[in-house]
Design a protein around this ligand. Structure first.
Ligand SMILES: Nc1ncnc2c1ncn2[C@@H]1O[C@H](COP(=O)(O)OP(=O)(O)OP(=O)(O)O)[C@@H](O)[C@H]1O
Length: 603
C-alpha cells in the first residue's frame, strides 16, 4: 500500500496463517450437453490447466471476457464441481498433500465479483461478524477489535465504517466502498490462501492501486493470493508478481510479470514503447485469430513439458510449508454462530424500517377492511358468512407470513452461499437464527390481526387460541414459501411460483368445495395444505368452544363443524399436522439449500 497515504499491513495486527503452496493439474471444466444445446457454445471452458501458487506471491489471472478466468477461480476454490451434467476434473495439493475439491472451500478465502454483504449492517459490523465467526477462539475480543480497526484503515473505510451498506432499496455506501468491505471481510480472517474475482472492478485507478497494494502486503506476510483482473493500469499491473494469461480456457502464458514482455517478443508480438503491457496483451488476446492464440498456447505447453506443479509445491513447502491439517481455518462453535446470526437477523428486521412498516401497515389496513366488511358477523345467524370471515383471516395470515419470505429469501441466498462456502457458519445455525427472528414477527402480526378483527367481527372463540392458530398457519406457510425460495433462481421466479403453491391451499380449505367432494386420488394433498388444518382449528374454537350447548345457535354451529368433516376430539391432530407441515418444509428447505451450496457457482 502506498506508504505515504495509508497504513501498511506489516505494522498492523493482521497475521497470516500457515503458509500454503497450492498446486493444481489436469483442471478441465466441461459444460453439460443441456447447457451447450441451449447456448451453442464450446463445451470445454477450461482445458487441462495446471499451475502452482506460492506464499508471498500475488498472481493476476488475465484474459479476454469469457476466457475462463472466473471458472478457473471457482474450480480452484471447489465452488464448481461435477454436477447437473457439468464435468470437472482436477487434482489439487497444498504443500504437496493431495486435497479433495470439497475440502478446498474452508481452506480458501474467496472474494466474489458480486458484493453479497448484509445490506442492513455497516462495514464495521460486517468485519466484526467475519472476525467473530472465522478467527480462532484464541484471538481475544480486544485483538479482534484491533484487527477490525486495522482493516478499516488499510482499506480506507473510515468515512463509511458506520454507515449501512445498503442495497437497491436502502440507501447505503458507494459501490467502491462495498467492494473494499467485501475484501476486508476476507482479509480479516488472516487467510493462508486468498482468491479474489475482479477485486478492482468499479474502483478508480487510485483505489484499485491501493487494493492491489494491500494484497501485496498481505502476500508479504505469507499469504498466497490469486485474483482475476480485467484491465489493470500499468502501475497496478507491475504490482503483481506473476501473471497467468488465459485464452479460450488454455494457458497462454504463466510466469513473472517482468518476463511477459520478453515472451511476447519471442511470439512475435513485442510490447510497443510507452505502452502498458497489460493493455497490449489484452488487446492481442481479443483481436488475434483463434488459431494464432491456440498456436501460442500449444507453444507454451510444449515449452513447459514435464512441469509438475505438485512436486514443485512439495519441494518449496519443505522449506517452510505446513502440513495440510494445520491450514484448516477455524469455525466458531454452533452457539456462537447462532448468536451472531440471530443478532444480525434481528438487526436487519429492525433497521429495515420500510419493510417493517409495510408488514404491520398492510396487516392493520387489510384486517381493518375485512373487519368492516364482516362487521359484527359473529352476532349474526349467518354461519356461512361467519365461516367466511375466519377463512379470510386465515388466508390473509397465510399470504402475510409467506410474502416477506418469498421476497427476501432469494435475494439473501447468494450471501448465505458465500458465507456457507467460506465456512463462516453451518446451515443449521443459519436456519435456527432465521426461525428465531421469524417466530416473534409472525406472532406479533397474528396478535395485531386479532386485536383489530376480534371485536369488530364479534368473534366468539378464545382470543389466545385464535392468535396461536394464526401463528401456526403463518409459520407453516412461511416454511412452504422458504422451499419455493430455495428452488427459485431469483425473486421474480419465486413470486411467479407462489400462486401455484398457495392457491390450491384455498381449494382444500373446505370453503369452495367440501373435502369429501374432492376426487379421492388428489384428496391426500390436503395434508400438505396448512390452511385447511388452520381453518379446522379456527372453526373448532369459534363454533365449538365459542358456541356452548346453552347457546340458541348451538345446532347451526355444530352443523358447520360436521359439514366440514371436523372432529372436535381431533383438535390436537390438526395442530400436529400444522406443526408437521412446518417441520417438513423447513427440513426440505434446509436439505435443498445444502445441496445447492455444494458446487454453488453452477447454481
Ligand atoms: N454454469 C455455466 N453455464 C453456462 N456457461 C458457463 C457456465 N460457467 C461458465 N460458462 C461459460 O464459460 C465461459 C467462461 O466463463 P467465465 O465466467 O469463466 O469467463 P471470464 O473469463 O471470467 O469472463 P468475464 O471476464 O467476462 O467475467 C463463458 O463463455 C461462460 O458463458
Amino acid at each position: 500500500m502506498n506508504s505515504a497515504s495509508s497504513r501498511s499491513l506489516r505494522g498492523s495486527s493482521l497475521r497470516v496463517g500457515n503458509k500454503a503452496h497450492f498446486a493444481w493439474s489436469g483442471v478441465n471444466f466441461t459444460l453439460s450437453p443441456k447447457t451447450v444445446a441451449k447456448s451453442h457454445k464450446d463445451p470445454r471452458v477450461l482445458k487441462n490447466l495446471s499451475g502452482v501458487a506460492h506464499p508471498g506471491e500475488v498472481i493476476a489471472i488475465m484474459g479476454a471476457s469469457g476466457s475462463g478466468k472466473t471458472s478457473l477461480l471457482n474450480v480452484l476454490s471447489g465452488r464448481i464441481m461435477s454436477m447437473n451434467g457439468h464435468v470437472v476434473t482436477s487434482k489439487f495439493s497444498i504443500n504437496g498433500n493431495a486435497i479433495h475439491a470439497d475440502q478446498l472451500g474452508p481452506n480458501i478465502a474467496y472474494v466474489t465479483q458480486e458484493d453479497t454483504l448484509c445490506p442492513t449492517a455497516t462495514p464495521r459490523e460486517a468485519l466484526e461478524f467475519s472476525a467473530r465467526l472465522r478467527l480462532p477462539s484464541s484471538v481475544s475480543r480486544e485483538e479482534r477489535e484491533r484487527m477490525v480497526e486495522d482493516v478499516i484503515q488499510i482499506l480506507h473505510l473510515e468515512k463509511c465504517a458506520d454507515t449501512m451498506i445498503g442495497n437497491e432499496l436502502i440507501k447505503g455506501i458507494s459501490g467502491g466502498e462495498k467492494r473494499r468491505t467485501s475484501i476486508g471481510v476476507e482479509l480479516i480472517t488472516s487467510p493462508s490462501i486468498l482468491f479474489l474475482d475482479e477485486p478492482t472492478s468499479g474502483l478508480d485507478s487510485y483505489a484499485a492501486f491501493n487494493v492491489v497494494n494491500a494484497l501485496k502486503d498481505l502476500a508479504s506476510l505469507g499469504c498466497t493470493v490469486l485474483c482475476t483482473i480485467h484491465q489493470p493500469s500499468s502501475e497496478v499491473f507491475h504490482l503483481f508478481d506473476r501473471v497467468l494469461l488465459l485464452a479460450d480456457g488454455r494457458t497462454f502464458f504463466d510466469g513473472r510479470v517482468d518476463h511477459m514482455a520478453q515472451y511476447l517478443l519471442t511470439c512475435g508480438y513485442p510490447v510497443p514503447p510507452e505502452t502498458n503491457p497489460a493493455d497490449h496483451v489484452m488487446f492481442l488476446m481479443q483481436t488475434l485469430d483463434k488459431q494464432v492464440l491456440q498456436g501460442i498456447s500449444d507453444q507454451f505447453e510444449v515449452a513447459r513439458k514435464g512441469f509438475n506443479p505438485h512436486a514443485q509445491a512439495q519441494s518449496e513447502a519443505g522449506r517452510g510449508g505446513m502440513p495440510l491439517h494445520k491450514l484448516k481455518r477455524s469455525q466458531a462453535p454452533w452457539t456462537v454462530q447462532f448468536i451472531a446470526l440471530g443478532k444480525r437477523d434481528i438487526q436487519s428486521v429492525l433497521r429495515d424500517t420500510g419493510s417493517l412498516k409495510a408488514r404491520y401497515g398492510s396487516t392493520i389496513m387489510l384486517t381493518l377492511i375485512f373487519s368492516l366488511i364482516f362487521y359484527k358477523i359473529g352476532d349474526s345467524t349467518d354461519t356461512q358468512s361467519h365461516f367466511g370471515a375466519l377463512a379470510n383471516l386465515a388466508i390473509s395470515g397465510m399470504f402475510g407470513a409467506s410474502q416477506p419470505v418469498i421476497l427476501l429469501f432469494p435475494s439473501e441466498r447468494p450471501r448465505f452461499l458465500r458465507e456457507y462456502a467460506t465456512g463462516t457458519y453451518g446451515a443449521i445455525p443459519y436456519f435456527w437464527s432465521k426461525l428465531v427472528t421469524e417466530l416473534p414477527l409472525t406472532f406479533s402480526t397474528s396478535i395485531i390481526t386479532f386485536l383489530v378483527a376480534y371485536w369488530l367481527e364479534a368473534l366468539k372463540g378464545n382470543f389466545i387460541l385464535h392468535v396461536l392458530t394464526l401463528w401456526l398457519i403463518g409459520m407453516a406457510a412461511s416454511s412452504t414459501a422458504l422451499v419455493a425460495g430455495c428452488i427459485a433462481s431469483n425473486v421474480q421466479v419465486a413470486m411467479q411460483a407462489a400462486p401455484a403453491i398457495f392457491v390450491p391451499q384455498i381449494l382444500f380449505a373446505g370453503f369452495f368445495i367440501k373435502i369429501q367432494q374432492i376426487p379421492v386420488w388428489i384428496r391426500w394433498a390436503q395434508y400438505l395444505c396448512s390452511l385447511k388444518f388452520g381453518i379446522n382449528l379456527f372453526l373448532l374454537n369459534e363454533f365449538n368452544l365459542g358456541c356452548p350447548e346453552s347457546s340458541s345457535q348451538h345446532a347451526s354451529c355444530m352443523s358447520v363443524i360436521t359439514q366440514n368433516d371436523i372432529k372436535p376430539g381431533d383438535w390436537w391432530v390438526y395442530g400436529l399436522v400444522l406443526i408437521g407441515i412446518f417441520v417438513f418444509f423447513r427440513s426440505l428447505a434446509l436439505i435443498l439449500l445444502m445441496r445447492r451450496a455444494k458446487g454453488f457457482a453452477l447454481a
